[in-house]
Design a binder for this molecule. Structure first.
Ligand SMILES: Nc1ncnc2c1ncn2[C@@H]1O[C@H](COP(=O)(O)OP(=O)(O)OP(=O)(O)O)[C@@H](O)[C@H]1O
Ligand SMILES: [Mg+2]
Length: 308
């Protein structure tokens, strides 16, 4: 079954289409997976990008969704379009500007909801409002609940030290992806190439982001493959004296390294592992800019891991 990613936010111009087109290219070319893009943006920026830039082997669809009709119509239409697209790929990426006329139920169709946001106060407030309105989806007890990944985009160097993704501001469970940095290449490459090939901070940050999304997908898939625990049978008093715990051979799985879904946890852990690996190889005297690891990610990974 295809892994379905919704790239969405209510704010315009936060980088949804840039992220969608480049994520499709990254997943298609580096992971060698069958990837399909559904571009629900009337302007068709992400589909145009992939259609004009060198072919990465992805299927590109620019489709209309009756977003403003409200009710169940957009959901039925989306389901139909997604079912057709998902039957012929491994990963489906959908680019959509969210509107309050859409019912939050639509998000249950996805494995991952990826919300790009810049770290300016005005956009953080909008993102926090959007997440809060749809909190019932992300905090639902349903097994079909999508993973919520917040992705800081267009992040400037001087913003790397800010620690703005606090629990007070975002009282909803989410994971934080490595930021995609503001770069000229992100603008210049439109319709011409892909961020994963850029030899600047934009390219470097995008590759880290792509790796983290792949790690999150692995985790979700491992969770989906975990056998469900059967409900414990009621034991009589006589039985309890004879109960034995069956010995099952355990094999290290990706889930073992992950704490129970808590805020920031998964990608935070992923970052922590990566930075720890790098730290071993790096002499202390080297500066962070030489290491190429954004300081605020290190702080997030460590700070939040400590809280887990
Ligand atoms: N990492 C980045 N660095 C610099 N500029 C960026 C970056 N990401 C996106 N941009 C620029 O920001 C603008 C908006 O990006 P994009 O079209 O991807 O956003 P969007 O959320 O899809 O917008 P819309 O809501 O209009 O569909 C574009 O001019 C794009 O080139
Ligand atoms: Mg767009």
């Amino acid at each position: 079954m295809a892994f379905k990613i919704l790239v969405t936010s209510q704010k315009g111009g936060v980088g949804k289409s840039t992220l969608s087109a480049n994520l499709v290219a990254y997943l298609s070319r580096t992971m060698n997976l069958g990837v399909t893009l559904i571009d629900w943006d009337p302007h068709g920026s992400s589909s145009t990008w992939l259609n004009q830039a060198p072919d990465v082997g992805a299927v590109i669809k620019h489709l209309a969704l009756p977003v403003d009709q409200g009710g169940n119509r957009p959901i039925f239409e989306a389901r139909l379009q997604m079912r057709r697209a998902a039957s012929e790929c491994d990963i489906l990426v959908c680019d959509l500007t969210w509107s309050d006329s859409l019912a939050g139920e639509l998000m249950f169709e996805f494995d991952m909801v990826l919300v790009p946001t810049s770290v300016s106060e005005i956009e953080l407030a909008a993102t926090s409002g959007f997440l809060n309105r749809n909190r019932w989806v992300f905090d639902s007890a349903s097994e079909r609940r999508p993973m919520l990944v917040v992705c800081p985009t267009r992040v400037l160097n001087e913003q790397l030290n800010s620690d703005v993704f606090t629990r007070q501001r975002f009282p909803v469970s989410f994971m934080l992806a490595p930021p995609i940095l503001e770069s000229q290449s992100a603008r210049d490459l439109f319709e011409r190439g892909y961020l994963m090939d850029a030899q600047d901070i934009g390219g470097e940050s995008f590759r880290e982001f792509g790796e983290a999304i792949c790690a999150a997908r692995e985790i979700r898939m491992a969770q989906a493959n975990q056998p469900r625990k059967p409900a414990p049978a009621k034991l009589t008093e006589q039985d309890t004296s004879r109960v034995r715990v069956p010995l099952v051979a355990t094999r290290p799985s990706v889930l073992e390294s992950i704490p129970n879904a808590s805020q920031y946890s998964v990608l935070g852990r992923y970052r922590q592992r990566k930075t720890a690996e790098n730290d071993e190889a790096i002499v202390n005297s080297r500066s962070l800019s030489q290491i190429g690891i954004p300081e605020f990610l290190k702080r997030l990974a460590r700070g939040n891991a400590a809280k887990l």
